[in-house]
Design a protein around this ligand. Sequence first.
Ligand code: ADP
Length: 407
Amino acid sequence: MLVLVINCGSSSVKYNLIETEGESEVCSGIVERIGAVTSIVKHQPAEGDYLKDTKVISNHSEALLEIMNYLLSPESSLISSPSDIKAVGHRVVHGGEMFKDSVLIDNVVKDAIEQAFDLAPLHNPPNLKGIQAAEERLPDVPHVAVFDTAFHHSLPAYAYLYGIPNRLYRRHKIRRYGFHGTSHYFVSRQYYKLTDKHKKDTKVITCHLGNGASIAAIRGGDSVDTSMGFTPLSGMVMGTRSGDLDPSILFYIVEKEELPLNSLHAMLNRHSGLLGLSGYASDMRDLIAEANNGDRRCQQAIDVFCYNIKKYVGSYIATLNGCDAILFTAGIGENSALIRKKSMENLDILGIEIDDERNENVKPGRIEKISSDSSRTDIYVVPTNEELVIAIDAAKIASASDQSPWV
Ligand code: ADP
């Protein structure tokens, strides 16, 4: 089934056209800087020429029109009619407590996504805009919402409750939700497939290390704990996000720096993490290059990042009472031998040992084992593919809705 996957940010629309039967990508692309003086449009068909252009695109609806026009254009010859697309899968970051699985989008679902605006103010509003824009362009196709939070619905209460008055949970649903669910789900399933292990008997720790980063403990195929919490701000130090800190620090900063609350929000989300620590960059490649040139703060930022990974892995081994495999994924996890090595250093007491040669020779896009033969825990690099998970879910739900209006 041909599925269009849409991932909308406040000023961008990313898309992937995926044939779910062969699990193959037909085309991908992005419209960036929506609403700016000029927007950037990029299309990359699996076969054919990469196209980059600048255009004036003032909103998400026009971005979707641009994407559809490209897919339908005789030059790309990717689809001949909008009806070739049989389903649209939308990445939605926050599903609140309501959505344990992907769902067919209707007005009730859209209302619920809107109700979760407060929980993910940076993500859910553009996600909803993307749904509305895509419905406008593809009105006769089932649209499916796939939530970043859904996979973590299996967290037990002792892992999702915070130590604050319980009525705040009851009234406002303040709890740990967890994010990057499609990625944690996908890489754990890739491991089960690869090793023929039955998920029921398996304990894995998945490390999704990109600009946003989170770690999850997965027992019997279910997420039982994860580092991100109420919002994607918490947990590990990330590219520009602070990760966990003592909440008292916030009151202290407000008082000492005389900051309004909204600047605190920007500071924690956009000016902290690796960028804040290094004072130089949020991008791991830049930090590694500068640290190699002797920059102490860049080195410290890398050290903090790796120490965070180690602490989560250690604590999740306790959560799981053992661990069959540690899986590294996303931009940093898949590409940085240095970060994998540093974060797994001196863990031999827990039976964790990287093989340096295997680690250094990981080929991009491949699942590779990087633990030594004597390591009691497998360590793998597993490329993530969140778009494929979204496409497969959308195809499944679209087929079911074809057969029954009650799906
Ligand atoms: P996003 O969360 O935006 O999807 P990605 O998964 O694309 O992020 O990861 C981006 C991060 O991956 C950046 O910090 C980038 O520097 C890092 N990265 C990509 N390639 C490498 C590499 N070869 N070595 C170190 N870091 C890398």
